[in-house]
Structures are given as structure tokens and as C-alpha cells.
Design a protein around this ligand. Structure first.
Ligand code: FE
Length: 196
């Protein structure tokens, strides 16, 4: 049964509101990360199944850098929802999150390359890059693998993914990594939507 469809806000195409309500309810009944990721992924797949809810101001790309628009910050700081808008060919640095995260594809496609640490401290690619097509969801966390680099799979079109994290991710102190294993502190913040 759909959790989203039975919650207030789901009517009239306000799917995001229904998703936020359902995710809040999930976190109120569930504190176990594997179950949050499993049940949260099901909610996210449901949100992604119909692409009619993302406001244009949260879907605009910037030719210079990928955009991270805050869609919702839980008042208690338990989670946040962010739209990532990738211009053609744009990519993140190698980075971590320090909290659990769910990444769901809404439009276009993206590539996620995981990294792992070697005994000598260097970072190496952990398998092949995963390609996420619309509707696909992947998870990250310090428990299951938290370091990756994400890029738009397309060189000639915009892609958009919807991310959910177990904190107000724009304020989290985390790290950017280099392949020699060195790192620097990183706080992502959020992009400011153009309201015009
Ligand atoms: Fe990431």
C-alpha cells in the first residue's frame, strides 16, 4: 500500500508534501539505518514515479556549477531533501556525507563512482560506476560506503536527482578527497533559487 497516497498533501499533485510527511512518519517510528534506507528508498521511488511536482525554480541548471536546491529541512534536523541539477558534463569532486543518504533519479541519468581506501591510505575506485536512470535509487552511508564522485551521464543535457540525507546536509562538515588520499574540509551549503 502506498504511504504517500494516504497522507495529507498528496492530493492535487503535491507529491513532495506527501513524501515529506511519509518520511517524517518513517523516522518517528524507525531509528534503524538499514530499515530507514530500505523503507525510505521505497518512498523515494514512489516520489520519482511521476515527474510533475518539482518546481521550475528548483530544476534550473547553472552553466558554471551543479546546483543543490533545498526542498525541505526537517525542523528537528533529522533529514533534508535536495534537488541536484546537473548541467551538461558537470560532476562533483570525490566527497563523503558522514550521514546516510538516498539518491534517486528524476530526469536524465547520472554516474556514481564509489571509492575505497587502500592500506596505504590512497583512494581507489571501488568497482565500476553505477548508472542511475529515472526511478533508480542508491544509498550511501559510513556503514555501507560513503565516498563517491557523481557526474551527469550526459554531455549535452540536464539531469536532475532528488537526494534525502539523515541531517541538514548543507550544514554538515564533511570532506572532499583526492586520489592520493588527502582531503580538505567541505560544507556544501545550498544554491539560491532564482525566484524570477
Ligand atoms: Fe554524494
Amino acid at each position: 500500500m502506498s504511504d504517500i497516497a494516504h497522507l495529507p498533501g498528496a492530493a492535487g499533485g503535491n507529491r513532495l508534501h506527501g513524501f515529506i510527511n511519509a518520511f517524517t512518519a518513517l523516522l518517528e517510528r524507525q531509528g534503524d539505518e538499514p530499515l530507514i534506507l530500505d523503507q525510505g528508498a521505497a518512498l523515494l521511488r514512489e516520489l520519482l514515479a511521476v515527474d510533475d511536482w518539482l518546481q521550475d525554480m528548483h530544476a534550473r541548471h547553472d552553466p558554471l556549477r551543479y546546483q543543490q536546491f533545498l526542498l525541505h529541512a526537517d525542523p528537528a534536523g533529522r533529514f533534508s531533501v535536495v534537488s541536484f541539477v546537473w548541467g551538461p558534463g558537470q560532476a562533483t569532486p570525490i566527497h563523503n556525507h558522514t550521514v546516510w543518504g538516498l539518491i534517486g533519479m528524476l530526469r536524465g541519468a547520472e554516474l556514481s563512482q564509489r571509492y575505497k581506501r587502500c592500506a596505504d591510505g590512497a583512494l581507489v575506485r571501488d568497482g565500476d560506476a553505477a548508472r542511475l536512470e529515472p526511478g533508480a535509487v542508491e544509498a550511501v552511508s559510513p556503514r555501507i560506503g560513503d565516498i563517491h564522485q557523481v557526474s551527469n551521464a550526459y554531455a549535452d543535457r540536464v539531469s536532475i536527482s532528488i537526494h534525502v540525507y539523515g541531517a541538514n546536509i548543507g550544514q554538515v562538515q564533511r570532506s572532499v578527497f583526492y586520489e592520493d588520499g588527502s582531503s580538505k574540509p567541505f560544507i556544501s551549503g545550498y544554491s539560491q533559487p532564482d525566484m524570477s
